[in-house]
Design a protein around this ligand. Structure first.
Ligand SMILES: Cc1ncc(COP(=O)(O)O)c(C=O)c1O
Length: 500
């Protein structure tokens, strides 16, 4: 090919030139700044106007708007795309910052973490190897060490950021399974392995067992007491039974912050039993990890330092945007079960050269630098500030519990140690029954359809209940009282046969 020919081939055609204008680099910084500022303005406008957490739109009304968009016809113009986004997303999104969003474990987020999001997506580090992240690797390591210190682990601890509590739990159980299988006949032992959790534990334990190739009966759920914490006598019985029946317990999962009840299993007693039986203790502190920075309630996690692995979800109780989670282990050596060397990525010689990487500890390869959000949060606000936000919502939940306990329209289940409140519309004197189940279900749905507030629902002892998960310090007791009035109105209307 002639020199001239090559030059022609290297010159981008018109459409390629236009495409290159969208690449982020030193020549497109104005477009980058303009686009981000426009995006920030749109979100700001929405937040300023949001007088309720949800529009209440039904899926069948929103779906056509999204289906009708021709993805093969780009709008070219960011402003036009943002206009469109108003209709397909921003207008009807569920807004967790709103004080009457009271449903699931979604927190409002802190601005330092949003700043970090903007930085980390633009630089786009991938936290698998040093040559894709450099300082990012060290920052993540530092945060894992910091978290391990807060847990009370020693210098041998280590861990890795993950996509969320489910992945952290999965990895913990993977490590525990591999420890249990070390030196054993894998095929013979795998179907016999058991995991014990309480009936109030998170469903990711069951999912993990399936993913890990354990048998269908692998997860044993022990009952909780009236306080919805793991019944220790029942755990002891199950551990004994497993020993007698030669069913090795690969892990006991204690929950520090159950999803429904915000209760914390009796960690010291669970740890005692695990030590007696030589069982791996995993503490799922996905929700309760906020106590690690609480200025007043850290003692509720006493015993967590005796775990072999701990799940922490910063995106639940550290006010971090999704995703931000970590698995932290007491003994770094167990992370070898997640290691596989590949010549193209993390050759064994990199270990000899002491080049740090995180991929050797992770289930993921390419991985977001989510740790930066926690880093800037700690560097700008500090841990006490985060902990005091969490303390506030725990206080608010206690006040909401008292409000409900004194309200003759409702009955409330157990007192949370964190920030949930599980309750049921059941006016004084009203006999229990399925009609009340339907009224509670209706109240929740009608409230969400009105968009005035969003609350969660769950079943307790076979009956439909309603649930507040309070994670927003901006939610006042007046907000809660108002939502209770709305719920009672919808439920009473349903009971009376009204079409509200
Ligand atoms: C106790 C507990 N563990 C684990 C999880 C799973 O976390 P994620 O949704 O981040 O996967 C949750 C989620 O609510 C949870 O409440």
């Amino acid at each position: 090919m002639s020199f001239q020919g090559r030059a022609v081939q290297n010159r981008p055609a018109g459409s390629a030139v236009r495409a290159r204008q969208h690449l982020f680099n030193d020549r497109t910084l104005d477009a980058y700044r303009d686009a981000l500022a426009a995006g920030v303005d749109r979100v700001g406008d929405r937040i300023a106007r949001a007088d309720r957490p949800f529009s209440g739109i039904a899926p069948h009304r929103l779906a056509p708007e999204i289906v009708d968009i021709d993805l093969d016809r780009p709008l070219e113009d960011p402003a036009a795309a943002l206009d469109e986004l108003e209709d397909v997303y921003l207008r009807d999104a569920v807004y967790f910052h709103h004080p009457r969003y009271l449903a699931h474990l979604n927190c409002p987020v802190v601005i330092p973490a949003l700043l970090a999001e903007a930085v980390l997506t633009a630089v786009n580090s991938s936290l698998d190897t040093w040559d894709q992240s450099a300082g990012g690797t060290l920052i993540e390591r530092r945060l894992i060490d910091w978290t391990a210190g807060r847990i009370g682990f020693g210098v041998d601890a280590d861990g890795v950021f993950t996509s969320g509590g489910s992945q952290s739990n999965l990895q913990a159980l993977l490590l525990a399974r591999e420890e249990a299988l070390t030196g054993a006949d894998r095929t013979a032992l795998l179907p016999r392995l058991r995991v014990i959790a309480s009936e109030a534990g998170h469903f990711s334990v069951q999912k993990s067992a399936k993913l890990l190739g354990l048998g269908p009966d692998a997860v044993i759920t022990v009952p909780t007491g009236a306080d919805r914490r793991m019944d220790i006598a029942a755990l002891a019985r199950e551990l004994d039974r497993c020993r007698v029946e030669n069913l090795p317990v690969l892990a006991v999962v204690a929950t520090a912050g159950t999803t429904d009840f915000g209760t914390i299993d009796p960690l010291p007693a669970v740890a005692d039993l695990c030590e007696q039986h030589g069982a791996w203790l995993h503490v799922d502190a996905a929700y309760g990890c906020g106590l690690l920075v609480s200025p007043t309630r850290r003692h509720l996690l006493d015993g967590i330092e005796r775990a072999r692995s701990v799940t922490v979800d910063y995106h639940k109780s550290f006010f971090q945007p999704v995703s931000s989670s970590a698995l932290v282990v007491r003994d770094s050596a167990v992370l070898r079960h997640a290691t596989h060397h590949a010549d193209y990525l993390n050759p064994a010689r990199a270990v000899e050269q002491r080049i740090p990487n995180q991929v050797d500890k992770s289930l993921q390869t390419t991985r977001r630098f989510d740790a930066l959000k926690l880093w800037l949060t700690l560097r700008i606000m500090g841990a006490d500030a985060v902990g005091s936000l969490f303390d506030e919502v725990v206080d608010r939940a206690a006040a909401a519990h008292d409000l409900l306990a004194a309200d003759r329209r409702f009955e409330v289940v157990t007192r949370s140690q964190l920030s949930t409140v599980v309750f049921r519309y059941r006016p004084d004197g009203e006999p229990d029954g399925e009609h009340l189940d339907r009224a509670n279900l209706h109240a929740r749905e009608a409230l969400a359809a009105s968009g005035e507030a969003v609350v969660a629902g769950t079943r307790v002892d076979g009956r439909h209940h309603l649930k507040f998960t309070l994670l927003n310090p901006e939610t006042t007791l007046d907000d809660i009282a108002h939502v209770l009035d709305l719920l009672a109105g919808h439920a009473a209307g349903h009971l009376a046969g009204a079409t509200d």
